[in-house]
Ligand binder design. Structure first.
Ligand SMILES: NC(=O)c1ccc[n+]([C@@H]2O[C@H](COP(=O)([O-])OP(=O)(O)OC[C@H]3O[C@@H](n4cnc5c(N)ncnc54)[C@H](OP(=O)(O)O)[C@@H]3O)[C@@H](O)[C@H]2O)c1
Length: 246
């Protein structure tokens, strides 16, 4: 049966590549983000080689938490059901090592974590009732330790990790797959112009790895090389880690 998917944060980077990858796999997809023109371009690229339009754009700002339920219901009705929800929206503004900005931190948490909770909760409730479905949250290796660089970004991704773990523990017994994806650096508009990015991969590779993990129900590092690296980094005692420039 044709799968039906929502990708939140689909107008560029990893989310856009996920839309194209899902359509190539035969799914019908609704692509969600704020920039409607970009979404239309992403969907046109995804639909280009198809006989029918499988990707559709839906404009929504994830900071509009009150409006999320209406957006979710409208999309699910249009798709005539739902099998996969991928929350990929995220922001990572540059924050200087001596910058302490609660309003900027609030924006980061709002998009990366509160928006994720809003969308994932709605899909979780639906999937629990239908006894199937894949819920995916795109976190980051940055959530595995508190780094100098961007405290709120690290905290938002650590929060997402724990939220996804709770969802998995609630939903596994109901037949629902819950996947936390932790990419290392990916070449997208988010990382454009930043240097010193180890093991950089492109968005298509990242999307391929995510889509092959929809049944994994656990934490998936992308690429997989990051799993042993982060396991080692997590063992570094705080008294040493605080002296490192990461
Ligand atoms: N690139 C990396 O190295 C890397 C590494 C690890 C994890 N990640 C994570 O991967 C995810 C995708 O990042 P990316 O690299 O593909 O970055 P990107 O190209 O900047 O894409 C971010 C997406 O989030 C959407 N978004 C941001 N704010 C939004 C809002 N208020 N409402 C709705 N959508 C919003 C953007 O759409 P609009 O602006 O059109 O709304 C865009 O589609 C993020 O969660 C990021 O933290 C990225």
């Amino acid at each position: 049966m044709q799968q039906r998917a929502i990708v939140v944060g689909a107008s560029s980077g990893i989310g856009a590549a996920l839309v194209e990858g899902l359509v190539r796999r035969g799914a019908r997809v609704t692509a969600v983000a704020r920039r409607g023109e970009l979404l239309v371009e992403v969907c046109a690229r995804a639909n280009a080689e198809q006989h029918e339009a499988r990707a559709t754009a839906y404009v929504h700002d994830v900071t509009d938490v009150e409006g999320t339920a209406a957006a979710f219901q409208a999309i699910v009705q249009e798709l005539d059901g739902l099998d996969i929800l991928i929350y990929c929206a995220g922001i990572m503004p540059e924050i200087g090592p001596d910058q302490y900005d609660p309003l900027l931190d609030q924006q980061i948490v709002q998009v990366n974590l509160i928006g994720a909770m809003a969308w994932l909760n709605l899909a979780a409730e639906r999937f629990r009732l239908q006894g199937s479905g894949s819920l995916v949250g795109v976190g980051s290796v940055a959530g595995d330790r508190g780094r100098i660089g961007n405290p709120a970004y690290c905290a938002s991704k650590a929060g997402l990790h724990t939220f996804m773990e709770s969802l998995r523990n609630r939903l596994d017994r109901h037949g629902v797959k819950v996947v936390t994806v932790k990419p290392g650096p990916v070449d997208t508009p988010m990382t454009a112009g930043r240097d010193k990015l180890p093991l950089l991969i492109d968005a298509e590779r990242c999307a391929r790895d995510i889509l092959s993990s929809l049944e994994a129900s656990g934490t998936v590092y992308v690429p997989g090389t990051w799993r042993p690296i982060m396991a080692a980094i997590q063992t570094i005692p705080s008294v040493f880690f605080r002296r490192m420039d990461v």
